[in-house]
Design a protein around this ligand. Sequence first.
Ligand code: ADP
Ligand code: MG
Length: 684
Amino acid sequence: MFADSFGSMVFNEKVMRDALSSESFKRLMKIRHEGMPMDDKTLADEVAEAMKKWAVSKGATHYTHWFQPMTGATAEKHDSFLDRDSDGNPILELSGKTLLKGESDASSFPSGGMRETFEARGYTVWDPTSDAFIREDTLCIPTSFGSFDGAVLDKKTPLLRSVETLNTQAVRLLRTFGIETKYVYPSVGLEQEYFLINKEDCAKRRDLILTERTLFGAPTPKGQVLEDHYYGTIRPRVKAFMKELDDELWKVGIYSKTEHNEVAPCQHEMAPIFARSNIAVDENQLTMDIMKKVANRHGFVCLLHEKPFEGINGSGKHNNWSISTAEGENLMNPGKEPEKNIKFLLFITAVIKAVDDYQVLLRISVSSAGNDRRLGGNEAPPAIISMYLGDRLRTIIASIISGSDLETETKKAALTVKNDDRNRTSPFAFTGNKFEFRMPGSAENVSCTNYVLNTIVAESLKQFADRLEPFAGKENFESEVRKLIREELTAHERILFEGNGYSKEWVKEAKRRGLAAFKSTPEAFEHFDDEKNIELLVSHGILNKEEIKARKVIGFTKYNNIINVEARTMLLMAEKDIVPAAIKYSSELAYGIESKQALQLDVEHELKLVSDINEHVKALMLNNETLRSVLDSQPTDPMKQGMNAYKKIVPVMEEERRIVDELELLVDKNSWPYPDYTDMLYYV
Ligand code: ADP
Ligand code: MG
């Protein structure tokens, strides 16, 4: 039964093989796997007809070009298959032309100011590397999205291009070893964390409705101190949600594999089996969408925000990353004797070099208003990028750098290095045969993270191939490789760190090493169009200069918009709900005090409470004014707005929260207008 339903809603290779002529099937597979341009009209007609027949047989009546604009969400516009034939009769139709290209209004999506220079018309173009699938009654065709005159306006296109450049450079480098491979591709496994809370609780809180996080909320007495939730028994309601989530994901061919409770109460995780990087990202976008819809059917709201609750662990999306050959060799697999495996050491060196050289770009790729609240919070990776390799590999590398004997190095290491193979505090850890990048936020579309990863590694590989090609097949090839590895590891050793990434000492040490440390999105995003980054992205054909500048504007604008919505929501809640509730409650107390005084009772403690509430209300009303005034006096330039939001608005929001959270503890629970943290986090 399971075997029948898995992938039943996907137009996958198995279906294609049956539905297409063997000649067409072969051509399509070449296009899919080797990144050939898709410009064959006859082939497109045949695929479109097969796709439509299959979709209609599954009950679909509509199709959509499914794409990923710069909002970070997915977008779709539905058309029905319905058409009129020449005799005026209704027919169901999907032409090759429609499959290949769709028209869309580009002016309604973020363009970062490029709108002035291009036409409003935009195009969606079929991405044959990703399978079409059916949701409800609609055939979803994965596409990339650009403007009429070719500007890239989506998250997918740069990712597809980065897969290509990584392939080109890796194949070149392998060739210097005398290895011929059809192609090389990055594989990615994304662990998705999320919170489930009751729909009724969410409906009572404007902050959750409008911003997906609690802008106010005093901590619960329990918090997560008992650490009893991690891998704990799953609540029956949550279990039912997970089961339906799996069913839905399996139907669209997503290999949902692991489901468990996370550290925080109400926090859970789903990890699928890894896939090619662009597919993994598509699947993750779809997964997030399905999670929200399934949650709703179970009386839950699924919160994907990076930090829904203050003082409680936030959510990330661990990006497990590796590269493999078409023939199935994982190039990050150390084998039994890594010290002797120079190919493996060279590829690992390429990643170390890439992460060190482009740590700023990587940091930018995980920046968002939501993730700012999570990174460096003593529970998530610090905002500084460093790499952890594990004892064994670190020892090998130390011996390469020092030129010493591995045995001596191993003995030294045994004395100094703590013997655990896991370092949970590292943002970028080698985990046996892949790297785990832990900084991406749970809500993000991780295309950017992955095109940056692929491209920076492609750049290392390119430099290595340039240097090694003249030695290929020569006697001194191996010694040249060793020399190169040693030089590069020596140059980039500063990015390797085995200690506690959450500690204060590390912040100082990282500074001493000259590593980049950006606390906030605007501070990181400032560097997106640094000469070095432009040079990298342009030379690998990922984005042009104008597109990079536009993405910087989009980054700032998005950040600014989020802070503004949050700040205005705070004001709304404070003025409409919290101040009135606190005044009403303290007035009731005051009446009570009057009556008690008439009876000559001691009311000193009650007076203190009323006066405490009064003081807080006063402070809150004053802070409301400050918040309103910083909101009303913002610069007009989007770049300045982002930095202004961070420097001027965020601190006032923090003060607002501090006052309200104290006030919450003074006011009677029945008078408080919202469900509190205990209500929300400890439901049954
Ligand atoms: P953790 O110990 O961090 O929970 P898991 O062993 O559960 O990690 O795996 C995490 C993710 O890594 C899964 O999605 C898995 O499919 C993925 N993964 C495993 N091997 C690779 C690989 N070669 N490339 C990319 N991702 C991989
Ligand atoms: Mg993990």
